[in-house]
Design a protein around this ligand. Structure first.
Ligand code: FAD
Length: 394
């Protein structure tokens, strides 16, 4: 029998990895442990929130992986003995492995903002994991009276999908402009700068004049406490009463990472940038949002790129060969309107033990571009979604 690789988590990172490793070497036995039979993708879920897309378009199954020879075990990994190379599942089954790949995504830090715990998220959704939370925020916007204040609060770096809160703001602004034109959107930010900032600000000024207000950290943007039942968000500069509040809290690697011992005191997982092997446990690799990707942002594009790099490295390691130093690419598209998008791209390579951005290799959409260019990018965004989900899930 061939070597055994066990994958924890069937999101963009874990699913892409499992398929890529099978393509690298069909003789490796690849088992994917993922409790859910249906993955709900976050990219494009902001369009669901704005009423532009059906949640069904976000659903993916594991049939494509199984057809490619990956074994899907619908369970949760609860413990790992890294010295003995074995993982225990919630149903007490124990699986042995030669290499373990941990891809659990993120968990919300429900201890970071006083008043914002898991129960509060049922009233003030984060909608930062797609599914029920996405639909809850959608329903709240739909039910809101015209003239209400919508508040989105964004966390400090690092967090899943750096341009995501601002894409969401753009599409919510579109919804308000067309459906509830007396309403306002306030973004409370725990940062002084954000991804594609000038592009977003230009879009808001042009497409949604007077509707969107962004408050930076220095001007009281950081939410210090919430009262979920009153829908109030306190900041150092005063408090805001929202009709609908979308609180995106700080995050950390999915809980299993800390249980296994691959997360450090930051809550994220330090890795070797060539093999994605954990700095804290041998034969355990971490990919996707859970990993500290150096300069690489936490995105589905990144998760897929890291998955393919890690699969190539593990295939070589298991055959006693040296892994090759990689170059990885990330591109993030963001919709600024239903049919318009902007993008940012970067290239990354190992440097000083981290993934560093290759200077001069990336770039963002030009400012002041004609509408046709933005429309073209929205077509690319949709094509990208189809390609990435096809690569991950088949
Ligand atoms: P996930 O996709 O979260 O997958 C983790 C999986 O691990 C889950 O299925 C979970 O069930 C499983 N798991 C967790 N713990 C265990 C355990 N103990 N045992 C077994 N399984 C476990 N990225 C882009 O590139 N482009 C975009 O346009 C984009 N838009 C976004 C918009 C929004 C609103 C949001 C929130 C995110 C967006 N992203 C986008 C980011 C993207 O969704 C994430 O970066 C990506 O999902 C990370 O993949 P992952 O596999 O690391 O984690």
């Amino acid at each position: 029998t061939g070597p055994r690789v066990l994958v924890v988590g069937g999101g963009f990172a874990g699913a892409s990895f499992a398929r890529a490793l099978k393509r690298e070497d069909h003789g490796i036995a690849v088992t994917l442990v993922e409790p859910s039979g249906r993955y709900v993708a976050c990219p494009m879920s902001n369009a669901v929130i704005a009423g532009l897309r059906d949640i069904g378009a976000q659903h993916f199954g594991y049939g494509g992986l199984e057809a490619g020879g990956v074994v899907h075990v619908p369970q949760r990994v609860v413990r790992v003995d890294a010295a003995r190379r074995r993982a225990a599942l919630a149903d007490d089954v124990v699986l042995d492995y030669d290499r373990l790949v941990v891809a659990p995504g993120v968990d919300m830090r429900f201890d970071a903002i006083p008043g914002y715990d898991a129960a509060a998220a049922e009233l003030l959704p984060h909608a930062w994991k797609a599914g029920e939370q996405t639909l809850l925020l959608r329903r709240q916007l739909e039910a809101m009276e015209d003239g209400g204040l919508v508040v989105i609060s964004a966390p400090a770096n690092p967090f899943r999908c750096p341009p995501g809160p601002y894409e969401r703001a753009s599409l919510v602004a579109h919804f308000l402009k067309t459906r509830k034109p007396h309403s306002k959107l306030l973004i409370l930010d725990a940062k002084d700068a954000f991804s594609k900032q000038r592009l977003f600000e230009q879009a808001w000024a042009e497409l949604y004049p007077g509707l969107v207000e962004w408050v930076s950290l220095s001007f009281g943007g950081r939410v210090t406490e919430v009262d979920a039942s009153a829908r109030t968000l306190a900041t150092e500069f005063g408090s805001h009463k929202a009709a609908v509040a979308n609180v995106i809290p700080p995050q950390r690697a999915g809980a299993i990472a800390a249980t296994i011992g691959v997360a450090d005191q930051t809550g994220w997982c330090p890795i070797d940038p060539v093999t994605f092997e954990s700095r804290l446990a041998p034969n355990v690799h971490v990919i996707g949002d859970a990993a500290i990707g150096g300069a690489m942002p936490k995105s589905a594009f990144t998760a897929n790129a890291q998955a393919k790099t890690c699969a190539a490295a593990i295939a070589r390691l298991l055959r006693g060969r040296e892994p090759e130093s990689p170059k990885l690419i990330n591109t993030c598209y963001s919709l600024i309107a239903p049919d318009q998008a902007v993008s940012i791209a970067g290239v990354y390579e190992p440097a000083n033990g981290l993934l560093a951005e290759v200077q001069g290799a990336g770039g963002a959409s030009p400012l002041d571009a004609p509408r046709s260019a933005r429309e073209q990018e929205a077509v690319y965004a949709q094509a990208w979604f189809e390609t990435i989900t096809q690569e991950a899930f088949g």
